[in-house]
Design a protein around this ligand. Structure first.
Ligand code: FAD
Ligand code: NAP
Ligand code: SF4
Length: 671
């Protein structure tokens, strides 16, 4: 067996988990949709069939005040259990086990009736919570216990108590948010009484044979968070109170340290769980940026934890565990940690899905059923759009010939993967390559598709996925070879001097700045990465933070945009702040409201507030967006065959791989 430690059953005494894989809690947005629980049941069923040992649902509030948003899901009354039964039944029929997460948002509640230990607003929500009265604290504990009891009645195998990420329980534990003067505030023992009483109350209601996972904040990553002794002490009290498994929580949501983004090294926080291993007897779960069976196996084999939690990897691939068990980890669709279709959607109140797997959370809506009429289809371009179309159309039984002008597949993803911290993008290209082999896509590299080729072979349809080309600017001096495109730089076609101005501060402008500043990716050097973000493995201070290590400035970079709005405004909702922080660490000079004039031997001439300025730079790199590569569209249409446009060639504005892949998948279903 390839992953013997990961796939070994875990005996909890009263029940046995079939392996060491926990599918971590994710809010999908289906919880609040009309008819969403049927879709949710299908979503979890596929993951159970895919071999996950234990699933944890998205957070469900134990009462009205604890909801994350005004319409968020809550479990307080027996009439609310019906819809949950659909989920538990589906998972059990598939041979899986599932726990319901109980999450009280506290001051993170995005509504005016939020409650917290003290009346202190969080930096990431607009609402100031009211402070709970002593009676309300006791009532809230009872609500947790009632929610667990109802979860048991709904057929769940257990509950996970969300005690980390800065939610209510964390807010009670830490003095930064708990200034109470009654018995629920004061010294650590008093502040920690809240989670301990919750577990006591739950255990009393549900009996001994019901899983209680406690998600313990082991590293707060905020000032005045818990210190290590407090983490250990609380773990011991929770063990005594009857918790079955301790899961790891890393960082409050308001922490200014990335914890799950793609630039976080794989398994970067497993050391925290390992620290607790010798302190308690309970099984411990390691979390955060674990996305392959290899890293998961290593964590368990090396004794860092007893189980691993992976959440987003199960959006990317429901079959993750089965593929690992069948020694087919090369066929896994790996989560690249981009957050673009999952967390960014959740924070925009949209249904979560996955950039690399558009079927995630659309299990009842997006299905690649066998075609009744197999067609011969020519595809132009093996970027994300063309590759996605090809594998899905071929899986339906179409004969697909994929033409790619370059000597490799991937399109612009081949540029993206060269950015420090975006190494995971390699995995998507590997996955598509494997799928193309599996579904017998006829891939022709180094072959430009044109009308002649099209006419030489018999095709029924043509799909054009020729992507985008970088926008060039027609300004005085911009024909100088020192003015180059991001594509030329990332392809290694040009050498840049030490001082560089970047025109355009969209996703690619930010990426290019990072590329020019960081000579070696810190994502591939976990120890360096931890120091860069001020994470202290020796845990000297509360919250596990220390002074970040100064980043060297590889090149002197100016990042410019015409708009006067905040730099990076259009970047991902949950990742934009990380990109901005990285550029600040590297002292990139950012300038908004710029009007570009010309380039010559003195450098780049610009105007800001109608005042002329000259940036004495050696090079200018154009990151000024893209245009559709429509060169051959008319020629293709003239052949008389049905022609379909997907990805960047269809619409270049606001193009990203999420749209390109989804469009490819949707067309594959339509043909
Ligand atoms: P393309 O990727 O442009 O692919 C088109 C393909 O068609 C190319 O391989 C080309 O060689 C081929 N082709 C063209 N003409 C022909 C022809 N006649 N015959 C045969 N083949 C032809 N997106 C995200 O979602 N998240 C990110 O974090 C992200 N980061 C990025 C970072 C960088 C530095 C860059 C450059 C892009 C990034 N992107 C990101 C954007 C993403 O890569 C694009 O949105 C995506 O690649 C577009 O896919 P596409 O298939 O439409 O086109
Ligand atoms: P973009 O986000 O549209 O940014 C283009 C930039 O160029 C803007 O800053 C724009 O700002 C400027 N610009 C546009 N036209 C210009 C002109 N004529 N002259 C001068 N400046 C001009 O596009 P992108 O950065 O090329 O990225 C392409 C796509 O890839 C994006 O849509 C993005 O989704 C995706 N991507 C995503 C990520 C990610 O991390 N999620 C990373 C990289 C790329 P002003 O008009 O204000 O100057
Ligand atoms: Fe992972 Fe990105 Fe998919 Fe989210 S959208 S699950 S981060 S690959």
């Amino acid at each position: 067996m390839s992953f013997p430690h990961l796939l070994e059953p875990l005996d909890l005494g009263f029940t046995t988990l079939k392996n060491r894989v926990l599918m971590g809690s994710m809010h999908t947005g289906l919880e609040e949709e009309k008819g969403g629980f049927e879709k949710l049941a299908a979503f979890y069923k596929e993951r159970a069939e895919g071999g996950v040992g234990l699933i944890v649902t998205g957070g469900i509030s134990p009462n009205l005040r604890g909801r994350l948003a005004p319409n968020a899901c809550q479990l307080t009354y027996s009439w609310q259990i019906g819809k949950h039964k659909k989920v538990t039944q589906a998972v059990h029929e598939a041979g899986g086990k599932i726990c319901m997460q109980i999450l009280h948002a506290g001051r993170y509640g995005y509504h005016p009736f939020s409650q917290a230990p003290s009346k202190i607003k969080s930096p990431i929500t607009p609402f100031t919570p009211s402070a709970m009265s002593t009676r309300q604290v006791s009532k809230t504990i009872k609500d947790y216990a009632k929610a667990a009891q109802l979860a048991k009645q709904a057929g769940y195998d257990g509950v996970e108590v969300m005690g980390s990420e800065g939610y209510l329980i964390n807010q009670f534990i830490c003095s930064r948010t708990n200034k109470r003067t009654d018995k629920w505030g004061g010294d650590f023992a008093q502040r920690a009484q809240f989670p301990v009483e919750i577990v006591n109350a739950i255990r009393e209601k549900v009996g001994k044979e019901f899983i209680i996972v406690f998600r313990l904040s082991m590293l707060d990553l905020v000032d005045n968070g818990s210190n290590w002794d407090e983490v250990v002490q609380l773990a011991k009290w929770l063990e005594q109170a009857g918790v079955s498994i301790i899961n790891t929580g890393i960082g409050w949501h308001e922490a200014r340290v990335p914890t799950i983004a793609t630039s976080v090294p794989r398994g970067a926080f497993a050391w925290v769980t390992e620290r607790l291993k010798s302190e308690v007897k309970l099984p411990l779960i390691a979390t955060n940026r674990i996305n392959t069976p290899e890293i998961a196996e290593h964590i368990i084999e090396s004794g860092q934890a007893d189980m691993v939690s992976m959440a987003r990897p199960f959006l990317a691939d429901a079959e993750f565990v089965n593929k690992a068990a069948a020694d087919q980890s090369h066929l896994i669709n790996t989560c690249i940690g981009c957050n673009q279709a999952c967390l960014d959607h959740t924070f925009s109140l949209k249904r979560a899905t996955c950039l690399v797997n558009p079927r995630a959370c659309y299990e009842t809506e997006l299905n690649f059923t066998p075609t009744a009429q197999s067609k011969r289809i020519a595809v132009m371009g093996a970027g994300p759009a063309g590759m996605a179309f090809s594998i899905y159309a071929a899986s339906r039984g179409h004969k697909v010939v994929l033409f790619e002008a370059k000597d490799e597949v991937g399109g612009q993803f081949n540029l993206a993967r060269k950015i420090p911290g975006k190494e995971e993008f390699n995995e998507t290209i590997r996955y598509f390559n494997e799928q193309m082999k599996l579904h017998q896509v006829d891939l022709r590299l180094n072959t430009r598709l044109d009308a002649t080729t099209l006419q030489e072979e018999q095709f029924d349809e043509v799909v054009i996925a020729s992507g985008v080309v970088p926008r060039k600017l027609n300004l005085p001096g911009f024909d100088d070879p020192r003015v180059v495109t991001y594509q030329q730089v990332l392809n290694g076609e040009v050498e840049l001097g030490d001082k560089v101005a970047l025109i355009g501060a969209g996703g690619i402008g930010f990426d290019m700045a990072h590329f020019l500043c960081e000579a070696e990716s810190s994502t591939l050097q976990p120890e360096k990465w931890l120091k860069q973000w001020g994470i202290d493995k020796s845990y000297q201070d509360r919250g596990g933070l220390t002074q970040p290590e100064q980043s060297p400035q590889h090149k002197q970079v100016h990042l410019l945009q015409r708009k006067t709005t905040k730099m990076g405004k259009g970047l991902g909702k949950t990742t934009g702040w990380i990109h901005r922080s990285v550029l600040k660490q590297h002292q990139v000079a950012m300038q908004t409201g710029v009007s570009y004039q010309s380039f010559d031997d003195k450098g780049l001439h610009i105007e800001v507030d109608q005042q002329p300025q000259t940036l004495a730079v050696d090079n200018v790199v154009l990151c000024a967006g893209q245009e559709s590569n429509t060169q051959l569209v008319d020629e293709m249409k003239a052949t008389g065959l049905p022609v379909h446009l997907i990805g960047g060639v269809d619409v270049a504005a606001e193009l990203d791989a999420k749209r390109a892949i989804r469009q490819g998948a949707e067309l594959a279903i339509a043909l």
